[in-house]
Design a protein around this ligand. Structure first.
Ligand code: HEC
Length: 191
C-alpha cells in the first residue's frame, strides 16, 4: 500500500516536472515556423468547438441585402484582408508568416459558407486563442461584425458588383517620385 501511494505521488509529480523541463529545454516550438506543440491543435480545436456549441448565436439567417454585403466588404478590406486575402490575389507577407496559417476565406477550399453565420460572428467577435485570429469586440460594432460574417457566409454567391468592390487593389501605388522638396544638409552649427 505504502509503495502504491509513493508511486501515485511520483506519478503526479512526474508529469508537471517533465512538462516543465520540456518548456525550459529550449526545444519547445515557439517560432511561427515550428510544428505545433504536443496537444496544441487538440486543445485549440476541441476547446473552441465546445465553446462554439455553447455560445454561438443560432438564429441569424445567411440571407443578406446588397447593402449589408457592401458594408461587409468595407469591414473585410480594412480589417481582415491582410491575413485572409482577397479573391485571386497572392497571400500577403503577414499571412505567409503566421502560424497557424490564416485560411484564405475567398478560396473555395477555405470558404466558411457551410458554417452557421452565428459561428463566424462568434469567431470574429471573440477571436481564437493560440492562433493569430484577433477578437474584434472592442474595435468593430455588432452590426459591422454581422455584415462581415454575412459576406463570408455568401462568399461563393456574391453579386458581381460586390465581388468587384472586394477585389479592388488594397493600397493605391505610391507616387514614383516623392513630392517633398529634397532635404537640405544640416550644418551642425559649423560656420
Ligand atoms: C492577424 C491576422 C488575422 C486577421 C487580421 C484576421 N484573422 Fe481571422 N483568422 C486568422 C487565423 C490565423 C485564423 C485561423 C485560426 C485557426 O486555425 O483556428 C483565423 C480564422 C478565422 C475564421 C475561422 C475560419 C474557419 O475555417 O473556421 C474566420 C471566420 C475569420 N478568421 C474571420 C476573420 C474576419 C472577418 C476578420 C476581420 C474582421 C479576421 N478574421 C481578421 C488570422 C486573422
Amino acid at each position: 500500500m505504502g509503495k502504491f501511494i509513493v508511486g501515485v505521488i511520483i506519478g503526479i509529480l512526474l508529469v508537471p516536472a517533465v512538462f516543465y523541463l520540456y518548456v525550459r529545454s529550449g526545444y519547445a516550438p515557439v517560432a511561427t515556423s515550428a510544428p505545433p506543440m504536443p496537444f496544441e491543435r487538440f486543445f485549440a480545436k476541441t476547446a473552441l468547438h465546445a465553446t462554439l456549441n455553447r455560445e454561438a448565436p443560432k438564429t441569424h439567417t445567411t440571407t443578406a441585402s446588397r447593402g449589408e454585403l457592401l458594408a461587409g466588404v468595407q469591414v473585410y478590406r480594412d480589417n481582415c484582408a491582410v491575413c485572409h486575402g482577397l479573391p485571386g490575389k497572392p497571400r500577403s507577407p503577414v499571412a505567409r508568416g503566421e502560424f497557424p496559417p490564416p485560411p484564405q476565406l475567398f478560396e473555395p477550399a477555405h470558404m466558411v459558407t457551410n458554417d452557421p453565420v452565428g459561428v463566424t460572428y462568434w469567431k470574429v467577435k471573440h477571436g481564437i486563442r493560440l492562433t493569430g485570429m484577433p477578437g474584434f469586440q472592442t474595435s468593430l460594432t455588432d452590426e459591422e461584425i454581422w455584415n462581415v460574417s454575412l459576406l463570408l457566409a455568401n462568399a461563393d454567391k456574391l453579386p458581381a458588383d460586390v465581388s468587384q468592390t472586394l477585389q479592388a487593389p488594397l493600397t493605391p501605388a505610391l507616387p514614383a517620385k516623392p513630392s517633398a522638396p529634397p532635404a537640405t544638409k544640416p550644418d551642425h552649427g559649423q560656420k
